[in-house]
Write a protein that binds this ligand. Structure first.
Ligand SMILES: Cc1ncc(COP(=O)(O)O)c(C=O)c1O
Length: 355
């Protein structure tokens, strides 16, 4: 059997999207490139619910690049930031902000859990923070935090800027910047189902105003969103050589989403896949059903390496847990170019091998 990716990213990419990547390289100072960029950004704005005044920016890089771009371009050094964290990617977000020079305080929840929206809002507001940050979909524990809408609007109303890592959420789990999110980070190779290479920063009108007021001190040019925004608005281009072929692929993947019925239909498709895979009946790391992610399923197993190897023998490439969860958790990606019957076969294989 030819093994296929059911990993938490990168994901299985369709032949159609791969073919788009093999077009001749175009100059990024050409009308054709400007059309490619404009169409890609229009799709990304829809996918990420970017309202008027906001923008979707693309950078060469991965999910980490997008998170770093938010930290360096939007948070002034010395600023206090409250980070809500319940897994590896929450820790990485906090680390990125600390390296940027922010003074980070943490509100943590155990693996498989997330914070309570009211408690989170109270902690940020009563603590006098101007910035807060969290991971929408915690890939290390298979937890989707579905309180972003409520929390972002509560925080925005109090003048608190909420930065969101939706690297493994966007596309599969609904997230809209116009809920009151200050800025969000994602990339090409998760639920959008394209090849790696493009980092995406979706910024609100509020963040655009601050970017237009000037760059933050000490931001490296490659991740400087003020510079990317200026170039886009003035010339319809990127300031530096973009990953042109990864952008061809990304545009095609976004067309696929649009043809499938748009962002809401794409999220519903992932919910359906999740329902199938969770019906394998294995215990999940998140004990509360409402926290189970629709893009990454994390199951508690006896011997994660053995389960992973058995699944691979049937053609399903999956991942084990991260860090302390490595031996006891198997993570299955619900993203990428697969049919519902592929997910049914995966659920059956999980039920057989993970007892
Ligand atoms: C939630 C989250 N944030 C950030 C990243 C980092 O993304 P990348 O590996 O593309 O840099 C990942 C990757 O799995 C992720 O799942």
């Amino acid at each position: 059997v030819e093994a296929r990716l059911f990993t938490p990213g990168p994901v299985q990419v369709s032949p159609r999207v791969l073919a788009a990547a093999s077009k001749p390289v175009a100059s990024h100072r050409s009308a054709g490139f400007r059309r490619l960029l404009a169409e890609t950004i229009a799709h990304l704005r829809l996918l990420l619910g970017v309202g008027r005044g906001g923008e979707a920016l693309v950078l060469a890089g991965s999910g980490t690049t997008a998170v770093d771009a938010l930290a360096w371009s939007l948070v002034p050094p010395g600023e206090r930031v409250l980070v809500f964290s319940w897994g590896e990617f929450g820790s990485r977000l906090a680390r990125s902000l600390r390296l940027r020079g922010a003074r980070v305080d943490l509100v943590e929840a155990p693996p498989g859990e997330a914070v309570d929206v009211d408690a989170a809002a109270r902690a940020a507001v009563s603590g006098g923070y101007r910035y807060a940050a969290l991971v929408h979909n915690e890939t290390s524990t298979g937890v989707a935090f579905r309180g972003v809408r409520e929390l972002a609007s509560a925080l925005a109303g109090e003048g608190v800027r909420l930065l969101v890592d939706t690297v493994s959420g966007a596309g599969g789990e609904e997230l809209r910047v116009d809920w009151g999110v200050y800025a969000a980070a994602t990339c090409s190779h998760k639920a959008i189902a394209s090849i790696p290479g493009v980092a995406v920063a979706a910024v609100s009108g509020w963040a655009v105003e601050e970017l237009e007021a000037g760059a933050q001190p000490g931001t490296p040019p490659s991740i400087d969103l003020a510079r990317h925004l200026g170039f886009l608005r003035e010339r319809g281009e990127t300031p530096f050589t973009p990953p042109v072929n990864a952008l061809y692929a990304l545009r095609e993947a976004l067309r696929v989403i649009s043809e499938a019925g748009g962002p809401e239909a794409w999220a519903r498709l992932h919910a359906r896949r999740a329902e199938i895979v969770y019906s394998s009946g294995l215990p999940t790391l998140p004990r509360r059903g409402e926290l189970r992610s629709h893009t990454v399923a994390a199951f508690r197993v006896g011997d994660a390496e053995a389960v992973k190897a058995a699944l691979e023998g049937e053609g399903f490439i999956v991942a084990t847990g991260m860090g302390a969860l490595k031996r006891r958790v198997v993570r299955v990606g619900l993203m990428g170019h697969h049919s519902l019957s592929d997910f049914q076969a995966l659920a059956d294989a999980l039920a057989r091998h993970a007892r």
